[in-house]
Design a protein around this ligand. Structure first.
Ligand code: ZN
Length: 202
């Protein structure tokens, strides 16, 4: 798929996975890491978005391993997890990277080219729904996005960093008159309804 599709699907994957891993779905930093993870596998293609930015490495990988080789396999996923564990990367940073990476593999599986998931074995897997760059690609992305948003748990924690800052702010300023809805909001239990009630109350 195209880089734009991987960006959208990396974000969609995080909408679904983040809350289920007890991490905020809409935290900009975690969303960014998921999108980064969703772009990384194409480092084996010098003309891809990430390949153009890391051209020397990308050229070497393309020359020796080819596009949709090891970086598009479960071996790479296991290698990434092992590397992140070895480097003691906190779960909150590692999880979105891995989720984004997996979203890339799932997205590429939907194209006729398929993937050699069990690399170095030559067997290729595919569930072809659309060709890369075809008019059906944005359609598939749109359906996946709306399905992801629809399946996201209610009461998404909007922003982890802002959430923590908000809790601290409330602790410092609370003189006992804060609106209950604001408490719920900063407690991470908010919903769009509570936002609306809060807006109307002010
Ligand atoms: Zn790819």
């Amino acid at each position: 798929m195209m880089a734009g599709s991987h960006i959208a699907l990396g974000a969609a994957a995080w909408f679904v996975a983040g809350p289920r891993l007890d991490l905020p779905a809409l935290d900009p930093a975690l969303l960014g890491l998921s999108v980064l993870g969703a772009l990384l596998p194409d480092i084996d293609h010098p003309k891809s978005w990430v390949g153009r930015r890391l051209r020397p490495l990308s050229t070497i990988l393309a020359m020796f391993l080819g596009h949709r080789g090891i970086t598009h396999s479960l071996v790479a996923v296991a290698g990434c997890i092992a590397l992140l564990l070895w480097q003691d990367v906190p779960f909150g940073f590692a999880a979105p990277l891995v989720v984004g990476y997996l979203s890339h593999l799932i997205a590429d599986l939907l194209t006729p080219g398929g993937l050699r998931l069990a690399w170095p074995l030559r067997r290729s897997f595919a569930f072809p729904l659309c060709r890369t760059g075809s008019p059906f690609e944005p359609l598939v992305v749109a359906v996946a996005l709306s399905a992801a948003w629809g399946s996201a748990p209610a009461g998404l924690q909007w922003c982890g960093g802002y959430h923590l800052a908000g809790v601290e702010w409330l602790r410092l300023c609370d003189d006992g008159t804060m609106l209950p809805a604001l408490r719920a909001l900063l407690g991470g239990k908010t919903s769009l309804d509570q936002w609306w009630q809060l807006a109307q109350a002010r």
